[in-house]
Design a protein around this ligand. Structure first.
Ligand code: HEM
Ligand code: HEM
Length: 186
């Protein structure tokens, strides 16, 4: 094991790790359902796949609210002082952008579904209010914002994963392991 990786790893809390990996799995479900669900015509209501897409997407909003509150009230592992300042700034900007998109993209989806007059339910158990009037002129805007935001999210996730691998395999530091469960350390 490289010298720096044998240093003591300061881990994210178990709650932060659970939320990070649970939300990652839900985001994967979102992109899989989005790519296989059939389009909905004007006189139809959402089918099974779109209902799953909406329910898991709304679950992401709920988990992101918990994550934000947790993030503001609990410390993260300290920054590596050996890295240049611009890398810390870039990492912070990336994390803020990921947080923002993980809340805005599902909110735009919810607004888009509302504007089409569809009932927005969480697994058919709980119906949420409409956040945009049916037939609103903003419907098109939030549709594009939802689809465009999802593409941007996917690009940032790709960059984020490359950065994590760069830390582990090139810089050989403890950043990746700080987010991995202790018994699964790489
Ligand atoms: C992080 C969460 C989410 C991601 C990554 C995501 C991603 C996507 C993607 C990639 C598409 C296909 C866009 C296109 O090519 O036109 C899509 C479509 C859609 N999503 Fe989401 N979505 C999320 C959450 C939600 C939520 C919470 C709702 C509603 C409550 C929702 C409702 C919709 C609707 C209504 C469509 C269009 C279906 C159609 O017109 O056929 N999405 N989503
Ligand atoms: C849907 C996919 C993912 C999303 C949306 C995501 C999002 C995030 C966010 C928002 C943070 C900031 C954590 C905080 O301060 O609260 C973070 C941290 C982190 N993520 Fe991810 N992540 C994803 C996938 C991954 C994957 C696949 C890896 C590993 C290859 C990874 C490795 C890490 C690491 C190591 C950190 C800590 C970075 C640091 O402390 O500087 N993430 N992630």
């Amino acid at each position: 094991m490289p010298a720096r990786q044998s240093e003591k790893v300061v881990h994210y809390s178990s709650v932060a790790k659970f939320l990070h990996w649970a939300i990652m799995l839900l985001v994967i479900v979102q992109f899989i359902t989005a790519s296989i669900m059939p389009g909905v015509r004007h006189n139809q209501t959402p089918g099974f796949l779109l209902s799953i897409h909406m329910s898991f997407g709304l679950t992401i909003i709920a988990l992101m609210i918990v994550r934000l509150l947790w993030r503001f009230t609990h410390a993260s592992p300290p920054e590596d002082t050996m890295l240049p300042r611009w890398q810390h700034t870039l990492a912070h900007l990336m994390h803020y952008a990921l947080y923002a998109l993980l809340i805005l993209v599902p909110l735009f989806g919810w607004a888009w579904a509302s504007s089409r007059g569809w009932p927005v339910t969480v697994f058919g158990i709980y119906t949420l209010p409409s956040i945009l009037a049916q037939g609103s002129a903003w419907g098109r805007v939030v549709d594009y914002a939802h689809a465009g935001g999802a593409v941007l999210l996917l690009m940032l996730i790709g960059f984020h994963i490359l950065a994590a691998l760069y830390h582990h395999y090139i810089l050989e530091d403890t950043v990746l392991n700080s987010m991995v469960p202790k018994n699964l350390s790489l």
